[in-house]
Design a protein around this ligand. Structure first.
Ligand SMILES: NC(=O)c1ccc[n+]([C@@H]2O[C@H](COP(=O)([O-])OP(=O)(O)OC[C@H]3O[C@@H](n4cnc5c(N)ncnc54)[C@H](OP(=O)(O)O)[C@@H]3O)[C@@H](O)[C@H]2O)c1
Length: 286
């Protein structure tokens, strides 16, 4: 697979998002493990997870544990794999998502993620979502301290606007490696953040790049131009969507979710798909 850079780490240009394997509607563990193995076989080296990817209150980090176990049971060399996790979001077990961006929580959360991932330092740690009760500088300051202490190797933020990206970059002394925001044919309002990351050389990780778990399968029905370009190339509209965002900047690394091997095998081929300038413009306007 073609490669891109996050901080100083080279990764396959398309990563795998772990959320569908651990939240509501998740499959049996065996299918998830096969999905992770299929991703590795296809050259995926970036795995995105979070301590909040679970359903019940007593299984925090379900997806981190699953990813760690699947990496360990794959037959090949995983030394080049970057596992990106997140903290600051919580799931109390009633189906809701809450936030806690306090430095005390983030510090405790990192310890849990380190244990579940079975590592001395987390490859990429992302502050999941701003907490309106905590000044942003305090949450990002906690991430900076974790970086300084060597608990995390790279720092990222998620669900951040342009101002927060600039602020985080300053707090981290220029060491902001990645920004993870929602971006897809259906959700384009993160384009200013994508542009800023391109300008500053920060990796931009589009999340829910196919429109989210519930609607990813309908992408071609909802966006006819994507279906049209897909038909012309003989590929899926989902692959076209990923190729379209990859072409926006060399710093874009999409993280499509999957809970079936076929999905990630198809998505992992997006970097090979080269769209013409006219196709790119047509999809931008769609
Ligand atoms: N930072 C945040 O706040 C945040 C929020 C949401 C998500 N995320 C991250 O972003 C990742 C991706 O987002 P997402 O999972 O919400 O949505 P998504 O990537 O837009 O859609 C995921 C769904 O797309 C299907 N799919 C994947 N590749 C496909 C293909 N080539 N053809 C047809 N269908 C395909 C998968 O189906 P199957 O399940 O059947 O394989 C999967 O359930 C998450 O897994 C998570 O890691 C982060």
């Amino acid at each position: 697979m073609k490669q891109r850079i996050i901080g100083n780490v080279q990764v396959g240009a398309v990563g795998l998002g772990g959320m569908p394997m651990s939240i509501e509607g998740r499959p049996e563990i065996d299918r998830s493990v096969r999905t992770v193995h299929a991703a590795l076989d296809a050259g995926v080296t970036l795995f995105d997870t979070a301590d909040a990817y679970h359903v019940h209150a007593d299984e925090v980090g379900h997806n981190e544990t699953l990813i760690a176990q699947a990496l360990a049971s794959w037959g090949g060399d995983t030394s080049g794999v970057l596992v990106a996790t997140k903290g600051g979001h919580l799931r109390p077990g009633d189906g809701s998502w809450t936030v806690d961006g306090s430095p005390a929580h983030l510090r405790e959360a990192v310890e849990g993620s380190l244990k579940r991932l079975g590592v001395d330092a987390i490859g990429l740690y992302q502050f999941h979502r701003p907490d309106p009760r905590i000044p942003y500088a305090e949450s990002v300051g906690a991430v900076r301290d974790l970086l300084d202490e060597g608990k995390i190797r790279l720092a990222g933020i998620s669900n951040a606007n342009v101002e927060q990206i600039r602020q985080a970059r300053q707090i981290l002394g220029g060491r902001l490696a990645a920004v993870q925001n929602q971006f897809s044919p259906a959700f384009r309002s993160s384009e200013p953040e994508l542009r800023l990351c391109d300008e500053l050389g920060i990796a931009f990780l589009p999340y829910s790049p196919l429109g989210g778990i519930a609607r990813a399968g309908e992408l071609g029905d909802r966006f006819g131009e994507f279906a049209g370009v897909a038909a012309a190339h003989g590929v899926s509209p989902q692959r076209v969507a990923l190729a379209w965002m990859l072409a926006k900047s060399p710093h874009v690394v999409p993280i499509p979710g999957a809970s079936r091997p076929e999905s990630i095998i198809d998505s992992a081929r997006a970097p090979e798909l080269i769209l013409t300038g006219a196709e790119q413009a047509r999809l931008d306007a769609a």
